[in-house]
Write a protein that binds this ligand. Structure first.
Ligand code: TRP
Length: 449
């Protein structure tokens, strides 16, 4: 194997590996998607189903990606070439790069919105607006032709700066600082939220165990959420895996990352819903919850200025570390496969992304012609990546490692050449070959129908 490529970047420490992967996993999915699903789908009962999905599906696919990455020491395209030199699997690698590009395009736009809201929070622009005005302000802003693009471009520069600084000095270092910071912010917001009057109403909404709500579609939506939240199914963690040194216990890393990601999702729920309920506001979903409902909430609680700044900062930081993982997938592919300097690859990828993110942003404008299949390309990109690329991507990763790579290689990688031993490896292999492909196929078919 290409174990001795002196020039290839490596993460510097175990803590750095976990923080970088948590940085990728913790993002908009945790902060605006999970809380709502938890509350609407049976509270504690949903949480149990979700945990099961993370355990039985999320951890195996994450581990599979890390194994593929570390074994091949290559980008998503190269990794399939190294592990299956005569197969056609590397074409799948190109699909992953395209998927990373598509996700980044709309994710950059929302990330840009979060910067605008950091700016608005810092300049205290929420306080003198009525709920209706806040709602109108968001619509005006997100459909504006220039302002969101400005912030999106700022975000591209930020992400490109981190990637240019390199795997260790950029991605790893920034994750080591930002992730603990994000954790502190979210805990502080939780404490604020649960100490508001009537906060128990929100906690009841979130955690009341309503097992009668659990049906097959709820199970499948928990699966989908786990998938998106853990950043799996797209080769993101193949790329990060390729920077992990060979002493790392990959199973341990996958478990830690999954636990932390889930913890952040639950904490985000606790930070948001008790506050929303305390004011008797109806919980909304998606952009509306984060960009309209929450500013409303902040303005009505004591110290709202500080909380709003903290919250939007949290959102922007979470988005930044997620997006750099997507940009790294593209950068590693372009620079390694086309043998060009990393710096040039970052410039090329960023320029292209600025262009496609701009199109995504403009597509939300009223009467925009940037529509395909009857929806704005922003919505189309979101739909295609969440419902088609990611489930199929995860399925192929499981099938590739479970059925097309040798069992000996997989176990060699899991046990670090025989030095680690646990029965969990047999369970993992079983899940990878049978349970994961079948479960994902079920999600896929359900989501399309
Ligand atoms: N996990 C991130 C979130 O929860 C989103 C994300 C970042 C992602 N990188 C990814 C999703 C790669 C799928 C694949 O917001």
């Amino acid at each position: 194997m290409k174990e001795n490529q002196p020039s290839r970047a490596r993460f510097g420490s175990k803590f750095g590996v976990v923080m970088a992967a948590v940085g990728s996993a913790v993002g908009l999915g945790n902060i605006w998607r999970f809380p709502y699903e938890l509350g609407m789908n049976g509270g504690f009962a949903f949480l149990l189903v979700y945990l099961l999905c993370v355990l039985a599906l999320g951890i195996p696919v994450m581990l599979a990606e890390l194994v593929i990455g570390r074994r091949s020491r290559s980008n998503v395209f190269g990794s399939f070439k190294v592990l299956s030199p005569n197969g056609k699997w590397h074409y799948l690698g190109v699909v992953y790069v395209v998927a990373a590009f598509i996700i980044s395009s709309f994710y950059f736009v929302v990330a840009g919105w979060s910067l605008e809201y950091v700016y608005q929070a810092v300049t205290d622009q929420f306080s003198n607006r009525s709920p209706l005005e806040l709602s109108q302000a968001f619509t005006d802003f997100s459909t504006d032709a220039l302002r969101p693009i400005f912030w999106t471009i700022v975000f591209v520069f930020l992400a490109a700066g981190v990637i240019l600084a390199g795997v260790r000095k950029g991605i790893e270092n920034i994750s080591k600082v930002l992730m603990p910071m994000l954790f502190v912010i979210i805990v502080v917001l939780c404490v604020r939220s649960v100490t508001l009057p009537n906060a128990t109403e929100g906690l009841k909404f979130l955690f009341y165990p309503d097992f009668s709500k659990i049906n097959s579609s709820v199970v499948l939506s928990a699966l989908g959420q786990a998938f998106f939240s853990l950043s799996i199914g797209m080769g993101c963690l193949i790329t990060y895996g390729s920077y992990i040194d060979k002493e790392n216990n990959l199973l341990g890393t996958s478990v830690e990352v999954s636990v932390l990601d889930t913890l952040v999702s639950v904490l985000a729920s606790v930070a948001i819903f008790p506050a929303v309920f305390s004011l008797g506001i109806n919980p909304a979903k998606g952009p509306e919850l984060v960009f309209i409902t929450l500013p409303n909430v902040f303005m009505q609680i004591p110290g709202g200025y500080v909380w709003s700044v903290l919250f939007f900062l949290l959102l922007a930081l979470a988005a930044l570390t997620s997006i750099i993982s997507l940009l790294e997938v593209i950068t590693a592919y372009v620079s390694e496969e086309f043998k060009i300097k990393r710096r040039t690859a970052v410039f090329m990828a960023s320029a292209l992304l600025m262009f496609s993110a701009t199109l995504c942003s403009l597509s939300l404008g009223e009467g925009s012609v940037l529509q395909l299949f009857g929806m704005p390309i922003f919505t189309l990109f979101d739909y295609v990546s969440a419902k088609i690329f990611m489930p199929l991507g995860g399925l192929f990763i499981a099938v590739f490692l479970g059925w097309f790579c040798s069992r000996k290689m997989v176990f060699d990688e899991l046990t670090n050449g025989g030095s680690l031993k646990t029965k969990a490896y047999d369970l993992f292999y079983f899940l990878l070959r049978y349970f994961v492909p079948i479960a994902i196929l079920m999600v896929f078919i359900n989501e399309l129908s």
